[in-house]
Design a protein around this ligand. Structure first.
Ligand code: RP5
Length: 166
C-alpha cells in the first residue's frame, strides 16, 4: 500500500478469495493508486459490511472493488449502502466455477448499480484497472500511469507478432 490515504477499497468475502483478488491489488500498485484491502463478509460479518460501506466515502475512498464467490452478495449489499461506484469481481467457486458468482453479482435490481467484471483473474485485474481509471478522472498522475500501461501493453503485442513459443 502507498503512504497516502487510500482512494480504493479492495474487499473480499473470505481470505480464500485472495489468490484472485491479489490481481486487483497488483494492478493498483502498478498504477500507483493508494488502496486498502481487507476481508468483509456479507454473511459472516454483516455489521462490518454496513459499517465499511457507510463510512467509505467520508474516509476518502472513491471506488470500492468487491470480490466474492458462490452466493456473492457482497458487492450488491455494499452498493446498497454507499453512493460510491462499486466494482464486483466474481470469484471462481468450486461447485459451479464462478457462474453462480457472476450471476449473483450481475443480476442487480434496477436502481442499485454494481459494475460487474469477468470471472476470476481477468476480472480482478480489470477491476483494478477500472478503479484506477475512475480515480484518474481527478488525479493526473494516475491517469498518466494508466495511459503508459496501455501504451506499453500495445507495444508488447506489436513487438512480439510471432505466436510460436520462443
Ligand atoms: C464467499 O464464500 C467468499 O467470497 C468465498 O468466495 C466463498 C467461500 O468462502 P470460504 O468458505 O472459502 O471462506 O462468501
Amino acid at each position: 500500500m502507498t503512504n497516502s490515504a487510500p482512494k480504493v477499497g479492495v474487499i473480499m468475502g473470505s481470505k480464500s478469495d485472495w489468490p484472485v483478488m491479489e490481481h486487483a491489488v497488483a494492478m493498483l500498485e502498478r498504477l500507483g493508486v493508494a488502496y486498502e484491502t481487507r476481508v468483509v463478509s456479507a454473511h459472516r460479518t454483516p455489521d462490518l459490511l454496513f459499517d465499511y460501506a457507510k463510512s467509505a466515502s467520508e474516509r476518502g475512498l472513491q471506488v470500492i472493488v468487491a470480490g466474492a464467490g458462490g452466493a456473492a452478495h457482497l458487492p450488491g449489499m455494499v452498493a446498497s449502502q454507499t453512493a460510491l461506484p462499486v466494482l464486483g469481481v466474481p470469484v471462481e467457486s468450486k461447485a459451479l466455477k464462478g457462474l453462480d458468482s457472476l450471476l449473483s453479482i450481475a443480476q442487480m435490481p434496477g436502481g442499485i448499480a454494481v459494475g460487474t467484471l469477468a470471472i476470476g483473474k481477468a476480472g480482478a485485474t480489470n477491476a483494478g484497472l477500472l478503479a484506477a481509471q475512475i480515480v484518474g478522472l481527478q488525479d493526473s498522475a494516475v491517469r498518466a500511469a494508466v495511459e503508459t500501461f496501455r501504451a506499453e501493453q500495445t507495444q508488447l503485442v506489436l513487438d512480439n507478432p510471432d505466436p510460436r513459443p520462443d
